[in-house]
Design a protein. Structure first.
Length: 143
């Protein structure tokens, strides 16, 4: 019995589509308009989105500069998502000690430190940016 109901419904749908092709055409046009409008809206909302570091990506500090450590300023970052500032949705990971306005970098021996910035906003959660702080001998030095 279920088979007869199913085949009856299919026949009626085919008859309706044949009898009223304007309805089918209107459905296709409405679907196309909806898809184009959705694409344009998404493009408009995300046109200025981005994630970038302010300042230099690489900071070089001379070995022994200002004693055994130096404070390096944190220039910050910019995160724009869906046309709005989302800079507060970034986690920062580093082995350097955080100080007011920056990080304390030991300068007693050569080293390379990384500061990794990872957005928690869903649009950029797969991305990360890295700032490198390098401690090395000054050019022309004896080291």
């Amino acid at each position: 019995m279920a088979k007869t109901v199913k085949s009856t419904v299919k026949r009626q749908v085919r008859r309706t589509a044949k009898a009223n092709p304007a309805a089918v055409a209107a459905l296709i046009v409405a679907l196309a308009i909806g898809l184009v409008a959705g694409y344009l809206l998404c493009t408009y909302l995300t046109k200025n989105d981005g994630f970038s570091l302010k300042g230099e990506k690489e900071i070089v500090v001379a070995l022994g500069e200002e004693g055994s450590s130096v404070t390096v300023a944190e220039p910050g970052w910019t995160l724009t998502a869906l046309g709005r500032d989302a800079s507060g949705k970034v986690e920062v990971e580093t082995e350097l000690q955080k100080t007011e306005g920056g990080y304390t970098v030991p300068t007693d021996e050569p080293a390379v430190y990384r500061i990794v910035y990872r957005p928690t906003h869903f649009l950029f959660s797969k991305y990360s940016l890295v700032r490198t702080v390098t401690v090395n001998a000054a050019e022309g030095g004896d080291e």
